[in-house]
Design a protein around this ligand. Sequence first.
Ligand SMILES: *Cc1c(COP(=O)(O)O)cnc(C)c1O
Length: 396
Amino acid sequence: MSDKMKAYIDEAESALLHTYNRYQVVLDRGEGVYLYDMDGREYLDFVSGIAVFALGYNNQEYNDALKAQIDKVIHTSNYYYNVPAIEAAKKLKEISGMDRVFFTNSGAEAVEGAIKAARKYAYNKDGSTDHEIIAMNHSFHGRTMGALSVTGNPHYREAFEPLIGNIKFADMNDLESVKAQITDKTCAIMFETVQGEGGIYPATREFMEGVRAICDEKDILLILDEIQCGMGRTGYMYAWQKYGVKPDIMTTAKALGCGVPVGAFLLNEKVGKASLVAGDHGTTYGGNPLACAAICKVIELFEKEHILENVQTVSVYLEEKLDCLAAEYDEIETRRGAGLMQGLVFKKPVGEIITRALDAGLILINAGTNIIRFVPPLIISKKDVDDMIDILRKCL
Ligand SMILES: *Cc1c(COP(=O)(O)O)cnc(C)c1O
Protein backbone atom coordinates (compact mmCIF):
# COMPACT_ATOMS: atom_id res chain seq x y z
CA MET A 1 0.00 0.00 0.00
CA SER A 2 1.30 3.47 -0.88
CA ASP A 3 2.11 5.97 1.90
CA LYS A 4 -0.56 8.21 0.45
CA MET A 5 -3.28 5.59 0.80
CA LYS A 6 -2.10 4.70 4.29
CA ALA A 7 -2.24 8.40 5.27
CA TYR A 8 -5.87 8.61 4.13
CA ILE A 9 -6.78 5.52 6.13
CA ASP A 10 -5.15 7.00 9.24
CA GLU A 11 -7.01 10.26 8.66
CA ALA A 12 -10.29 8.35 8.30
CA GLU A 13 -9.71 6.56 11.58
CA SER A 14 -9.20 9.85 13.39
CA ALA A 15 -12.04 11.76 11.71
CA LEU A 16 -14.88 9.31 11.09
CA LEU A 17 -16.91 7.82 13.90
CA HIS A 18 -15.78 4.24 14.19
CA THR A 19 -19.04 2.46 13.38
CA TYR A 20 -17.47 0.16 10.79
CA ASN A 21 -14.45 -2.11 10.84
CA ARG A 22 -13.32 -1.09 7.39
CA TYR A 23 -11.25 -3.09 4.96
CA GLN A 24 -7.82 -1.52 4.41
CA VAL A 25 -8.42 0.01 1.01
CA VAL A 26 -9.40 3.45 -0.30
CA LEU A 27 -11.57 2.98 -3.37
CA ASP A 28 -11.24 5.68 -5.94
CA ARG A 29 -13.08 4.92 -9.17
CA GLY A 30 -15.04 2.24 -10.96
CA GLU A 31 -15.54 0.87 -14.44
CA GLY A 32 -18.09 -1.84 -15.24
CA VAL A 33 -17.64 -4.65 -12.72
CA TYR A 34 -14.25 -3.36 -11.56
CA LEU A 35 -13.27 -0.95 -8.81
CA TYR A 36 -9.84 0.70 -8.50
CA ASP A 37 -8.11 1.89 -5.35
CA MET A 38 -6.04 5.05 -4.97
CA ASP A 39 -2.91 3.18 -6.04
CA GLY A 40 -4.58 2.04 -9.25
CA ARG A 41 -5.05 -1.59 -8.16
CA GLU A 42 -7.96 -3.36 -9.80
CA TYR A 43 -10.66 -5.30 -7.94
CA LEU A 44 -13.38 -7.52 -9.38
CA ASP A 45 -16.44 -6.39 -7.46
CA PHE A 46 -18.98 -8.97 -6.28
CA VAL A 47 -20.58 -6.62 -3.75
CA SER A 48 -21.63 -3.57 -5.84
CA GLY A 49 -21.76 -1.35 -2.75
CA ILE A 50 -24.03 -3.97 -1.15
CA ALA A 51 -26.55 -4.63 -3.90
CA VAL A 52 -26.58 -1.00 -5.07
CA PHE A 53 -24.65 -0.48 -8.28
CA ALA A 54 -26.71 -2.86 -10.45
CA LEU A 55 -25.76 -1.24 -13.76
CA GLY A 56 -22.03 -1.38 -13.17
CA TYR A 57 -19.75 1.56 -12.57
CA ASN A 58 -19.36 4.52 -14.86
CA ASN A 59 -22.33 3.77 -17.08
CA GLN A 60 -22.13 6.67 -19.52
CA GLU A 61 -25.84 7.07 -20.14
CA TYR A 62 -26.60 7.06 -16.41
CA ASN A 63 -23.83 9.58 -15.74
CA ASP A 64 -25.04 11.85 -18.54
CA ALA A 65 -28.62 11.79 -17.20
CA LEU A 66 -27.41 12.90 -13.78
CA LYS A 67 -25.19 15.63 -15.24
CA ALA A 68 -28.07 16.94 -17.34
CA GLN A 69 -30.32 17.10 -14.27
CA ILE A 70 -27.62 18.84 -12.22
CA ASP A 71 -27.45 21.54 -14.86
CA LYS A 72 -31.24 22.03 -14.68
CA VAL A 73 -32.10 21.82 -10.99
CA ILE A 74 -31.02 19.48 -8.18
CA HIS A 75 -33.59 20.24 -5.52
CA THR A 76 -36.89 22.04 -5.19
CA SER A 77 -39.28 20.86 -2.46
CA ASN A 78 -42.15 18.43 -2.11
CA TYR A 79 -44.47 21.44 -1.86
CA TYR A 80 -44.08 21.75 -5.64
CA TYR A 81 -44.29 19.23 -8.47
CA ASN A 82 -41.23 18.23 -10.47
CA VAL A 83 -41.09 16.22 -13.69
CA PRO A 84 -38.43 13.62 -12.67
CA ALA A 85 -40.43 12.65 -9.56
CA ILE A 86 -43.65 12.29 -11.54
CA GLU A 87 -41.96 10.17 -14.18
CA ALA A 88 -40.09 8.08 -11.62
CA ALA A 89 -43.34 7.39 -9.75
CA LYS A 90 -45.06 6.37 -12.98
CA LYS A 91 -42.24 4.00 -13.91
CA LEU A 92 -42.09 2.57 -10.41
CA LYS A 93 -45.82 1.87 -10.53
CA GLU A 94 -45.37 0.11 -13.86
CA ILE A 95 -42.56 -2.19 -12.73
CA SER A 96 -44.16 -2.99 -9.37
CA GLY A 97 -47.87 -3.00 -10.09
CA MET A 98 -48.35 -0.98 -6.89
CA ASP A 99 -50.52 2.16 -6.86
CA ARG A 100 -48.96 4.92 -4.71
CA VAL A 101 -45.36 5.98 -4.24
CA PHE A 102 -43.59 7.95 -1.51
CA PHE A 103 -39.91 8.70 -2.12
CA THR A 104 -37.40 8.62 0.74
CA ASN A 105 -33.63 9.09 0.99
CA SER A 106 -32.73 5.63 2.22
CA GLY A 107 -33.96 2.13 2.86
CA ALA A 108 -34.46 2.69 6.57
CA GLU A 109 -36.66 5.68 5.89
CA ALA A 110 -38.75 3.62 3.48
CA VAL A 111 -39.27 1.12 6.30
CA GLU A 112 -40.24 3.94 8.68
CA GLY A 113 -42.84 5.13 6.18
CA ALA A 114 -44.19 1.61 5.68
CA ILE A 115 -44.66 1.22 9.43
CA LYS A 116 -46.40 4.59 9.71
CA ALA A 117 -48.72 3.77 6.80
CA ALA A 118 -49.67 0.42 8.39
CA ARG A 119 -50.33 1.99 11.78
CA LYS A 120 -52.37 4.81 10.28
CA TYR A 121 -54.46 2.34 8.25
CA ALA A 122 -55.25 0.38 11.42
CA TYR A 123 -55.92 3.57 13.39
CA ASN A 124 -58.39 4.72 10.77
CA LYS A 125 -60.29 1.46 11.15
CA ASP A 126 -60.84 1.42 14.91
CA GLY A 127 -59.34 4.60 16.40
CA SER A 128 -57.13 2.66 18.80
CA THR A 129 -53.38 3.11 19.24
CA ASP A 130 -52.20 -0.27 20.44
CA HIS A 131 -51.74 -2.11 17.15
CA GLU A 132 -49.08 -4.75 16.74
CA ILE A 133 -46.68 -5.63 13.94
CA ILE A 134 -45.21 -9.09 13.43
CA ALA A 135 -41.66 -9.13 12.05
CA MET A 136 -39.19 -12.01 11.61
CA ASN A 137 -36.23 -13.25 13.59
CA HIS A 138 -32.92 -12.67 11.76
CA SER A 139 -34.51 -9.88 9.71
CA PHE A 140 -32.76 -6.64 8.86
CA HIS A 141 -34.71 -3.47 8.10
CA GLY A 142 -32.26 -0.66 8.88
CA ARG A 143 -30.71 1.35 11.69
CA THR A 144 -33.22 4.09 12.53
CA MET A 145 -35.32 3.55 15.64
CA GLY A 146 -38.46 2.31 13.86
CA ALA A 147 -36.56 0.11 11.41
CA LEU A 148 -34.46 -1.22 14.29
CA SER A 149 -37.65 -2.09 16.17
CA VAL A 150 -38.62 -4.59 13.47
CA THR A 151 -35.07 -5.90 13.01
CA GLY A 152 -34.90 -9.38 14.51
CA ASN A 153 -31.33 -9.25 15.74
CA PRO A 154 -31.03 -8.55 19.50
CA HIS A 155 -27.36 -7.62 19.07
CA TYR A 156 -28.29 -4.59 16.89
CA ARG A 157 -31.14 -3.54 19.18
CA GLU A 158 -30.25 -4.03 22.81
CA ALA A 159 -28.30 -0.86 23.64
CA PHE A 160 -30.98 1.33 22.03
CA GLU A 161 -34.02 0.08 23.90
CA PRO A 162 -36.73 1.12 24.42
CA LEU A 163 -37.59 1.02 20.71
CA ILE A 164 -41.09 1.45 19.33
CA GLY A 165 -43.44 -0.94 21.08
CA ASN A 166 -45.89 -3.66 20.07
CA ILE A 167 -43.55 -5.54 17.76
CA LYS A 168 -43.60 -9.32 17.88
CA PHE A 169 -41.20 -11.73 16.24
CA ALA A 170 -41.89 -14.97 14.40
CA ASP A 171 -39.69 -17.29 12.34
CA MET A 172 -39.29 -16.80 8.62
CA ASN A 173 -40.77 -19.68 6.61
CA ASP A 174 -42.62 -21.01 9.66
CA LEU A 175 -46.29 -20.20 9.20
CA GLU A 176 -47.29 -21.68 12.55
CA SER A 177 -44.90 -19.34 14.37
CA VAL A 178 -46.56 -16.40 12.62
CA LYS A 179 -50.05 -17.63 13.51
CA ALA A 180 -48.96 -17.96 17.14
CA GLN A 181 -48.19 -14.20 17.28
CA ILE A 182 -51.43 -13.00 15.72
CA THR A 183 -53.94 -11.19 17.95
CA ASP A 184 -56.90 -8.98 17.14
CA LYS A 185 -54.43 -6.07 17.42
CA THR A 186 -52.14 -7.27 14.61
CA CYS A 187 -52.06 -4.62 11.88
CA ALA A 188 -49.19 -5.87 9.71
CA ILE A 189 -46.86 -8.77 9.03
CA MET A 190 -43.54 -7.81 7.51
CA PHE A 191 -40.51 -9.57 6.14
CA GLU A 192 -37.85 -9.45 3.44
CA THR A 193 -38.86 -11.60 0.46
CA VAL A 194 -35.26 -12.83 0.57
CA GLN A 195 -33.61 -12.19 3.94
CA GLY A 196 -30.28 -10.43 3.26
CA GLU A 197 -28.13 -9.58 6.28
CA GLY A 198 -29.74 -12.39 8.24
CA GLY A 199 -28.18 -15.03 5.99
CA ILE A 200 -29.72 -15.05 2.47
CA TYR A 201 -32.93 -16.97 3.18
CA PRO A 202 -35.51 -16.80 0.37
CA ALA A 203 -39.15 -17.04 1.45
CA THR A 204 -40.74 -20.34 0.54
CA ARG A 205 -43.79 -20.32 -1.71
CA GLU A 206 -45.81 -21.96 1.04
CA PHE A 207 -44.86 -19.17 3.48
CA MET A 208 -45.62 -16.37 1.01
CA GLU A 209 -49.01 -17.82 0.12
CA GLY A 210 -49.80 -18.73 3.70
CA VAL A 211 -49.06 -15.26 5.09
CA ARG A 212 -51.00 -13.62 2.26
CA ALA A 213 -54.03 -15.82 3.03
CA ILE A 214 -53.91 -14.91 6.74
CA CYS A 215 -53.61 -11.22 5.87
CA ASP A 216 -56.59 -11.40 3.49
CA GLU A 217 -58.72 -13.22 6.00
CA LYS A 218 -58.06 -10.77 8.86
CA ASP A 219 -57.43 -7.50 6.95
CA ILE A 220 -53.82 -7.49 8.17
CA LEU A 221 -51.37 -5.69 5.87
CA LEU A 222 -48.53 -7.58 4.24
CA ILE A 223 -45.36 -5.46 4.11
CA LEU A 224 -42.52 -6.81 1.99
CA ASP A 225 -39.06 -5.30 2.33
CA GLU A 226 -37.53 -5.46 -1.15
CA ILE A 227 -34.69 -3.07 -0.40
CA GLN A 228 -31.96 -5.63 -1.05
CA CYS A 229 -33.72 -8.38 -3.03
CA GLY A 230 -35.68 -6.01 -5.28
CA MET A 231 -34.71 -4.14 -8.44
CA GLY A 232 -33.91 -7.17 -10.55
CA ARG A 233 -31.59 -8.91 -8.14
CA THR A 234 -33.48 -12.21 -8.20
CA GLY A 235 -34.28 -12.06 -11.92
CA TYR A 236 -37.62 -10.34 -11.28
CA MET A 237 -38.03 -6.59 -10.85
CA TYR A 238 -39.32 -7.40 -7.37
CA ALA A 239 -38.68 -10.76 -5.76
CA TRP A 240 -42.34 -11.24 -4.78
CA GLN A 241 -43.33 -11.23 -8.45
CA LYS A 242 -41.95 -14.76 -8.77
CA TYR A 243 -44.51 -16.00 -6.27
CA GLY A 244 -47.45 -14.03 -7.60
CA VAL A 245 -48.04 -12.91 -4.00
CA LYS A 246 -48.52 -9.17 -3.88
CA PRO A 247 -47.84 -7.06 -0.79
CA ASP A 248 -50.08 -4.24 0.46
CA ILE A 249 -47.00 -2.14 1.21
CA MET A 250 -43.48 -2.61 -0.08
CA THR A 251 -40.15 -0.91 0.39
CA THR A 252 -37.43 -0.44 -2.19
CA ALA A 253 -34.01 1.32 -2.15
CA LYS A 254 -30.39 0.19 -2.72
CA ALA A 255 -30.30 -0.41 -6.51
CA LEU A 256 -33.26 1.91 -7.08
CA GLY A 257 -30.98 4.91 -7.64
CA CYS A 258 -27.84 2.90 -8.43
CA GLY A 259 -25.72 5.02 -6.14
CA VAL A 260 -27.79 8.16 -5.69
CA PRO A 261 -29.24 7.86 -2.17
CA VAL A 262 -32.93 7.21 -2.66
CA GLY A 263 -35.64 4.80 -1.54
CA ALA A 264 -39.40 4.54 -1.64
CA PHE A 265 -42.34 2.88 -0.02
CA LEU A 266 -45.21 1.86 -2.24
CA LEU A 267 -48.82 1.20 -1.30
CA ASN A 268 -51.69 -0.54 -3.01
CA GLU A 269 -54.85 1.49 -3.57
CA LYS A 270 -56.59 0.05 -0.50
CA VAL A 271 -53.87 1.34 1.85
CA GLY A 272 -53.15 4.40 -0.28
CA LYS A 273 -56.63 5.78 0.15
CA ALA A 274 -57.02 4.94 3.83
CA SER A 275 -53.73 5.76 5.55
CA LEU A 276 -51.31 8.68 5.26
CA VAL A 277 -52.80 12.04 4.26
CA ALA A 278 -51.45 15.59 3.96
CA GLY A 279 -49.56 16.45 7.13
CA ASP A 280 -48.97 12.83 8.21
CA HIS A 281 -45.59 12.32 6.64
CA GLY A 282 -42.90 14.28 4.81
CA THR A 283 -39.27 14.65 3.84
CA THR A 284 -37.13 17.54 2.65
CA TYR A 285 -34.93 15.67 0.20
CA GLY A 286 -37.08 12.64 -0.62
CA GLY A 287 -37.92 12.44 -4.32
CA ASN A 288 -35.86 15.44 -5.31
CA PRO A 289 -35.24 15.97 -9.04
CA LEU A 290 -31.67 14.60 -8.98
CA ALA A 291 -32.60 11.39 -7.15
CA CYS A 292 -35.64 10.86 -9.36
CA ALA A 293 -33.69 11.52 -12.57
CA ALA A 294 -31.46 8.66 -11.40
CA ILE A 295 -34.46 6.36 -10.82
CA CYS A 296 -35.91 7.17 -14.26
CA LYS A 297 -32.64 6.39 -16.01
CA VAL A 298 -32.04 3.23 -13.96
CA ILE A 299 -35.44 1.78 -14.85
CA GLU A 300 -34.97 2.77 -18.48
CA LEU A 301 -31.54 1.12 -18.63
CA PHE A 302 -32.83 -2.04 -16.96
CA GLU A 303 -35.03 -2.54 -20.02
CA LYS A 304 -32.59 -1.33 -22.62
CA GLU A 305 -29.73 -3.46 -21.32
CA HIS A 306 -31.92 -6.53 -20.66
CA ILE A 307 -30.84 -6.71 -17.04
CA LEU A 308 -33.48 -9.23 -15.93
CA GLU A 309 -32.59 -11.65 -18.73
CA ASN A 310 -28.91 -11.37 -17.82
CA VAL A 311 -29.64 -12.08 -14.16
CA GLN A 312 -31.74 -15.10 -15.10
CA THR A 313 -28.97 -16.67 -17.21
CA VAL A 314 -25.85 -15.70 -15.29
CA SER A 315 -27.37 -16.62 -11.92
CA VAL A 316 -27.90 -20.22 -13.04
CA TYR A 317 -24.22 -20.35 -13.94
CA LEU A 318 -23.17 -18.74 -10.64
CA GLU A 319 -25.30 -21.24 -8.70
CA GLU A 320 -23.67 -24.16 -10.55
CA LYS A 321 -20.19 -22.87 -9.84
CA LEU A 322 -20.92 -22.18 -6.16
CA ASP A 323 -22.52 -25.62 -5.79
CA CYS A 324 -19.31 -27.15 -7.18
CA LEU A 325 -17.26 -25.29 -4.57
CA ALA A 326 -19.67 -26.40 -1.85
CA ALA A 327 -19.30 -30.02 -2.94
CA GLU A 328 -15.53 -29.74 -3.15
CA TYR A 329 -14.63 -28.05 0.15
CA ASP A 330 -15.38 -29.62 3.51
CA GLU A 331 -15.50 -26.25 5.23
CA ILE A 332 -18.47 -25.15 3.07
CA GLU A 333 -21.84 -26.31 4.34
CA THR A 334 -24.17 -25.24 1.55
CA ARG A 335 -25.15 -22.59 -0.99
CA ARG A 336 -28.47 -20.79 -0.94
CA GLY A 337 -30.10 -17.74 -2.46
CA ALA A 338 -32.05 -16.44 -5.41
CA GLY A 339 -30.73 -14.95 -8.64
CA LEU A 340 -27.68 -12.76 -8.09
CA MET A 341 -28.21 -12.75 -4.34
CA GLN A 342 -26.36 -15.82 -3.16
CA GLY A 343 -24.78 -17.01 0.04
CA LEU A 344 -22.05 -19.57 0.55
CA VAL A 345 -22.51 -20.95 4.05
CA PHE A 346 -19.33 -21.98 5.85
CA LYS A 347 -18.84 -24.03 9.00
CA LYS A 348 -16.52 -21.30 10.32
CA PRO A 349 -16.20 -17.49 10.23
CA VAL A 350 -15.44 -16.14 6.74
CA GLY A 351 -13.67 -12.87 7.67
CA GLU A 352 -10.23 -14.20 6.85
CA ILE A 353 -11.26 -15.53 3.43
CA ILE A 354 -12.80 -12.16 2.55
CA THR A 355 -9.62 -10.31 3.55
CA ARG A 356 -7.53 -12.73 1.52
CA ALA A 357 -9.84 -12.24 -1.48
CA LEU A 358 -9.41 -8.48 -1.24
CA ASP A 359 -5.64 -8.91 -1.26
CA ALA A 360 -6.07 -11.06 -4.35
CA GLY A 361 -8.18 -8.42 -6.13
CA LEU A 362 -11.72 -9.64 -5.40
CA ILE A 363 -14.29 -7.74 -3.36
CA LEU A 364 -16.64 -9.96 -1.34
CA ILE A 365 -18.75 -9.37 1.75
CA ASN A 366 -20.21 -11.46 4.53
CA ALA A 367 -23.79 -11.88 5.74
CA GLY A 368 -23.51 -12.83 9.39
CA THR A 369 -20.21 -14.36 10.48
CA ASN A 370 -20.28 -17.62 8.52
CA ILE A 371 -21.68 -16.65 5.14
CA ILE A 372 -20.01 -15.11 2.10
CA ARG A 373 -22.60 -13.04 0.28
CA PHE A 374 -22.51 -12.54 -3.49
CA VAL A 375 -24.44 -9.45 -4.65
CA PRO A 376 -22.52 -8.37 -7.79
CA PRO A 377 -23.52 -5.74 -10.33
CA LEU A 378 -26.39 -7.23 -12.37
CA ILE A 379 -24.42 -6.81 -15.60
CA ILE A 380 -21.85 -9.49 -14.77
CA SER A 381 -21.00 -12.12 -17.39
CA LYS A 382 -20.17 -15.82 -17.09
CA LYS A 383 -16.53 -14.85 -17.58
CA ASP A 384 -16.73 -12.61 -14.50
CA VAL A 385 -18.17 -15.55 -12.55
CA ASP A 386 -15.26 -17.73 -13.73
CA ASP A 387 -12.73 -15.06 -12.72
CA MET A 388 -14.37 -14.71 -9.32
CA ILE A 389 -14.38 -18.48 -8.72
CA ASP A 390 -10.69 -18.73 -9.73
CA ILE A 391 -9.67 -16.10 -7.19
CA LEU A 392 -11.97 -17.46 -4.47
CA ARG A 393 -10.59 -20.97 -4.97
CA LYS A 394 -7.07 -19.67 -4.32
CA CYS A 395 -8.27 -18.06 -1.09
CA LEU A 396 -9.93 -21.16 0.32
C1 LIG B 1 -29.95 -2.24 3.45
C2 LIG B 1 -31.29 -2.65 3.93
C3 LIG B 1 -32.12 -1.77 4.63
C4 LIG B 1 -31.67 -0.39 5.08
O1 LIG B 1 -31.38 0.44 4.01
P1 LIG B 1 -30.49 1.76 4.26
O2 LIG B 1 -30.51 2.46 2.93
O3 LIG B 1 -29.13 1.29 4.67
O4 LIG B 1 -31.15 2.53 5.33
C5 LIG B 1 -33.39 -2.20 4.96
N1 LIG B 1 -33.83 -3.41 4.61
C6 LIG B 1 -33.06 -4.29 3.93
C7 LIG B 1 -33.61 -5.61 3.55
C8 LIG B 1 -31.76 -3.94 3.59
O5 LIG B 1 -30.99 -4.82 2.94
